[in-house]
Design a protein around this ligand. Structure first.
Ligand code: HEM
Length: 429
């Protein structure tokens, strides 16, 4: 079929390529390869968590107790089609469309993620209301967060994040929301977002062992196909260890009408991994990703699976000796720097990022959740390591992984609790 991924690809590769492509024929082709056997979702939706971002209970855990991210992702950036404040009719339609997804798919079945999703709203969306958001919500306008970046600032009204272990499920859920199908996993789709929202942008991605290796024929990765078969992300290391993630509780808004919600930061990072793979040594890769001590003591084997549930930051005092490493080793680690933003020994952002081949370029959609956008800003400033630059550590050179990534876009969103997820007012009563 024209434009579809080559049938010669492995099932894993084919499904990922179909998600990136999108559309009805990609979905049919994907279904034929994947054939997920999922029961319908619940009829009674009252048992679903009020926190939209409460995904961890539906995720698998690996042998070390780390949560395993869903493999396939679609982000739909949407603009409200109406002018001024949303109408009650549009709110009802939106809620019915989201409930159709929940009735169609289980969140989890047989050890696999069926469908998980969130919807968030931008500062631009809330500008339409006379009232401002309550002080208990810290939702900032996106902006450049380093002296060396100049990102485009995303200002759609809303973003829907769809995630599943099945590519065909995210594609079908997307098609249902956009009004392109009226049946989902054998269930009727009551209504859709057509006419309520316009699609402003579509982004896709994947995470998990094998997927990056299957898709390394893109700009930003050298032709030598260096990405290891078991790497969950293009840069070759495992990410998201249990001890290095904020808990869902830590990222949840505690007070006010939006209690139970969270904020979402979404950036698009282009990867430039030619030097990373063709010139840098394994020692340098481990030192810049984790910490020089990890490289000197060979603490990281392969993708880092041997580390268990912690990247050994606090345990080895890495954040505390970042300044000394900059002076004496001439290199500092990404995790080492980022861990300086911890509070009471624990990270303050929950990372749910994934790789992408959108536009034919190796990239990463860095999606994080935090109670306040300021928690992200603080973490990103720690990662910038501007205070560590001077001598061998430059603003981006030998300064963690900064030299291998370019921030192209940034956006911030409020992810309300589920009861307020459909075109919420600025001041819910
Ligand atoms: C290509 C982009 C990125 C890659 C491949 C990457 C990879 C990693 C890896 C492998 C770790 C260590 C394992 C772990 O702790 O889970 C880590 C830790 C971390 N990264 Fe990233 N990262 C990227 C971008 C970012 C960005 C943009 C931020 C935003 C500030 C960030 C924040 C963090 C934090 C907070 C930690 C944990 C620090 C702690 O232990 O307290 N990362 N990252």
């Amino acid at each position: 079929m024209d434009g579809l991924p080559s049938p010669a690809l492995s099932r894993r590769g084919f499904v990922k390529a179909a998600v990136a492509l999108g559309g009805t024929s990609a979905l049919s082709a994907c279904l034929a390869r994947e054939a997920p056997d999922l029961p319908a979702g619940p009829d009674d939706l009252s048992s679903l968590p009020d926190r939209q971002h409460a995904w961890n209970a539906a995720l698998s855990t690996d042998a070390h107790g780390n949560d395993v991210a869903p493999r396939h992702h679609v982000l739909l950036l949407l603009d409200y089609a109406g002018s001024g404040e949303p109408t009650e009719a549009d709110r009802e339609t939106t809620e019915a469309a989201f409930q159709s997804l929940e009735r169609a798919y289980p969140r989890r079945h047989d050890g696999e993620v069926g469908l998980l999703f969130t919807v968030g709203y931008s500062p631009a969306y809330f500008e339409r209301f006379d009232d401002a958001l309550p002080g208990s919500v810290d939702l900032q306008e996106p902006r450049a967060l380093a002296p060396f970046e100049d990102p485009e600032l995303d200002r759609p009204d809303a973003v829907v994040h769809l995630a599943s272990d099945y590519g065909s499920v995210v594609l079908a859920a997307e098609a249902a929301l956009l009004g392109e199908r009226d049946e989902l996993n054998g269930r009727e789709v009551a209504t859709n977002l057509d006419g309520v929202f316009d699609l402003a942008d579509r982004r896709t991605g994947f995470v998990g062992a094998g997927l990056p290796a299957d898709h390394q024929g893109v700009a930003g990765i050298p032709d030598s196909e260096p990405v290891a078969d078991d790497a969950p992300l293009y840069m070759g290391f495992k990410s998201g260890f249990e001890k290095n993630q904020a808990t869902e509780e830590r990222v949840t808004i505690q007070d006010g009408p939006y209690a139970g919600g969270t904020t979402q930061q979404l950036s698009l990072l282009r990867l430039h991994l030619e030097q990373w793979y063709d010139q840098d040594s394994r020692h340098h890769r481990v030192a810049t990703m984790f910490c020089p001590a990890h490289a000197d003591e060979s603490l990281v084997e392969g993708t880092g699976e041997n580390l268990g549930d912690t990247s050994l930051m606090e345990e080895r005092g890495c954040p505390a000796h970042a300044g000394r490493d900059a002076r004496e080793s001439g290199v500092v680690g990404h995790s080492q720097k980022s861990a300086r933003a911890r509070e009471d020994g624990s990270p303050i952002i929950l990372r749910r990022d994934f790789d992408s081949t959108d536009g034919g370029e190796a990239s990463l959609h860095f999606l994080s959740l935090q109670r306040r956008v300021e928690d992200f800003v603080k973490t990103r400033e720690a990662m910038n390591g501007t205070d560590l630059a001077g001598g061998a550590v430059g603003q981006r050179q030998n300064n963690g992984i900064l030299q291998y990534v370019t921030v192209e876009r940034r956006g911030n969103y409020l992810v309300p609790p589920r009861r307020l997820r459909s075109l919420p007012p600025a001041r819910p009563t």
